[in-house]
Write a protein that binds this ligand. Structure first.
Ligand code: ATP
Length: 138
């Protein structure tokens, strides 16, 4: 069997009035990408706590979780290691902007869903956006 390390993160798709919040960040391979706020689940944290903390840190928004949208898996290599990443995504409603995003975030934008779909860099994010929009219509 392939030898790999597992990492767990969670994050939020913040949607309101047909607008979605995207962040612009540099990923571990040095490529700049538009995506949704997310991050590692810390020791002692649940995945919902981590997702709510990450949207504050990376987007500056205090949010409420509406529902779980999906669980995404992908592999990548970092420092000679093969990593299997599992990310749990939640649909979120923004409550208030409470701070400026962390410095590693290059930009934060509210975009129409169609514009966001064009900017999103990962295929799985485009699928997540579709699922989040459907969930909100229900
Ligand atoms: P976190 O935000 O959880 O702290 P991180 O910054 O450590 O994460 P990732 O965002 O998981 O790392 O990115 C690590 C690598 O995985 C990136 O360099 C990119 O190549 C790849 N990657 C990230 N997101 C995806 C995705 N949705 N689909 C495929 N590959 C991805």
């Amino acid at each position: 069997m392939e030898n790999h390390t597992c990492e767990f993160s969670s994050g939020g798709i913040i949607l309101e009035n047909d607008k979605v919040l995207l962040i612009y960040v540099e990923n571990l391979s040095g490529t700049k990408v538009w995506t949704f706020p997310k991050g590692h689940i810390e020791k002692g944290e649940t995945c919902t706590q981590a997702a709510l903390r990450e949207v504050v840190e990376e987007a500056g928004y205090e949010c409420e979780i509406l529902e779980e949208i999906d669980n995404i898996e992908y592999f990548f290599n970092h420092k000679e290691k093969r990593i299997k990443k599992n990310v749990k995504w939640f649909l979120m409603k923004p409550l208030a902007k409470i701070k400026e995003p962390d410095n590693e975030v290059l930009a934060v934008k509210w975009l129409d869903v169609e514009e966001a779909d064009k900017l999103l860099g990962y295929e799985s994010d485009k699928e997540l956006l579709k699922k989040a929009c459907k969930a909100l219509e229900k």
